[in-house]
Structure formats: structure tokens, C-alpha cells
Design a protein around this ligand. Structure first.
Ligand code: AMP
Length: 197
């Protein structure tokens, strides 16, 4: 199994790249943002709860997010591995993910972060908002709040895996193909390292 965290601020291209990585490495893609949007679209109790936080650009509480993630992982017992996209976003989420994987005799092999400057992020998300139908992509104040939450609450997750020598940064600016090639180069190193150990 190879388990990856695709990391980076909102609008850094995680979703776009995850689709391509899933195809290349045959992994199961789990995006907590997509899962919340699906629940919202179906007006489930979970979706209604998540909506309050998402609309403000805040994080959905850990216990809700972790429970949803755990169910999704457990629904794929035969997966060759997972790409976690938009999760973990807090230190407690990272701890819960490690515990879950450990219970399956697995671990996170690498966290790969897409680096994109703030103003480029705002520009990209507003552009996406024009067609995505996502309420949190159209209000610049909400976008800036999401960036602030990322910096304050989520970047410590990068350091958490960096202490385990598992964090990597890739430049997230350029063509989709160039960024994909950079990601694959990093992931292939991880795969080689795994084979050697
Ligand atoms: P995303 O599509 O990953 O940008 O997520 C959109 C929104 O969903 C975020 O702004 C949060 O409100 C919520 N969300 C997604 N993933 C998480 C997570 N791991 N923890 C808490 N909230 C999340």
C-alpha cells in the first residue's frame, strides 16, 4: 500500500492533481471537501452541520470530520492505498489518521504540499467560483478566511509529518502537466524508498 496526503492551501490544485494521481497510481481518492459537498447536496444532517462552517470558511469540527473519514477508509478494505485530499487539516486529525492506519498495519508514506502564493490562490478560487457553483468560492472575504485558517491551523500538519521526514514541497505554479510531473517524481522516490526498506 502507498498512502499519500496531497497538501496545500485551498485553490492550490489538489483536486485537479488528485484525479490524475489516482489514475497513475491506482489509489482511492478521499477528499473531505467533496464528501461534505455531497452530504450538503443531499441535505443530510451531516451536510447541514458542515454547511454552517463551510459557508464561513471555517473548519468543520474534528469529531465530525474524523468520523466521516474513518467510515470512508473502512469502506475500501481492498484498496492499494489512499490519496487524502484536504485531510488532515488539524493536528488531532493527523493523529487520528495515523492511529487508523496503524490499526491496519499501514502508515502515511508521504505528504506532498503544493506551494502557491496567496494572491494567485485568491485569483484562482474567484475564477473557479464563476463556474463551480461553490458559495465559498465567490466571496473574497471567505476565501481570505480559508487561507488564514490554512496558515494558522493546517500548516502545523506539514511540520508534524516533517518531523517524521515525510513532508515534501512541490511548486504548484505552471501547467497542470508540469505540476503533475513534479508530483510523480516525488511520489516515485517514495515508492523506491519503500521497496528499499
Ligand atoms: P475543500 O474542498 O477541501 O477546500 O474544503 C471546503 C471546506 O470543507 C473547508 O473550507 C472546510 O469548511 C470543510 N472541510 C474540508 N475538509 C475538512 C477537514 N479535513 N477538516 C475540517 N473541515 C474541512
Amino acid at each position: 500500500m502507498i498512502n499519500l496526503i496531497l497538501f496545500g492551501p485551498p485553490g492550490s490544485g489538489k483536486g485537479t492533481q488528485a484525479v490524475k494521481l489516482v489514475e497513475r497510481y491506482q489509489l482511492v481518492h478521499i477528499s473531505t471537501g467533496d464528501l461534505f459537498r455531497y452530504e450538503m447536496g443531499n441535505n443530510t444532517p451531516l451536510g447541514l452541520k458542515a454547511k454552517e462552517y463551510m459557508a464561513k470558511g471555517e473548519l468543520v469540527p474534528d469529531e465530525v470530520t474524523i468520523g466521516m473519514l474513518r467510515n470512508k477508509v473502512e469502506a475500501h478494505p481492498h484498496a492499494k492505498g489512499f490519496i487524502f485530499d484536504g485531510f488532515p487539516r488539524t493536528i488531532p486529525q493527523a493523529g487520528a489518521l495515523d492511529a487508523l492506519l496503524q490499526s491496519m498495519n499501514e502508515q502515511i508514506n508521504g505528504l506532498v504540499s503544493l506551494h502557491v502564493a496567496d494572491e494567485e490562490i485568491v485569483r484562482r478560487i474567484l475564477l473557479r467560483g464563476a463556474s463551480s457553483g461553490r458559495a465559498d468560492d465567490t466571496d473574497e472575504a471567505v476565501i481570505r478566511k480559508r487561507i488564514e485558517v490554512y496558515k494558522e491551523t493546517t500548516t502545523p500538519v506539514y511540520d508534524y509529518y516533517d518531523h517524521k521526514n515525510r513532508s515534501y514541497t512541490v511548486e504548484g505554479v505552471g501547467s497542470i502537466e508540469d505540476i503533475f510531473d513534479r508530483l510523480c517524481a516525488t511520489i516515485d522516490t517514495l515508492k523506491t524508498a519503500r521497496r528499499a526498506s
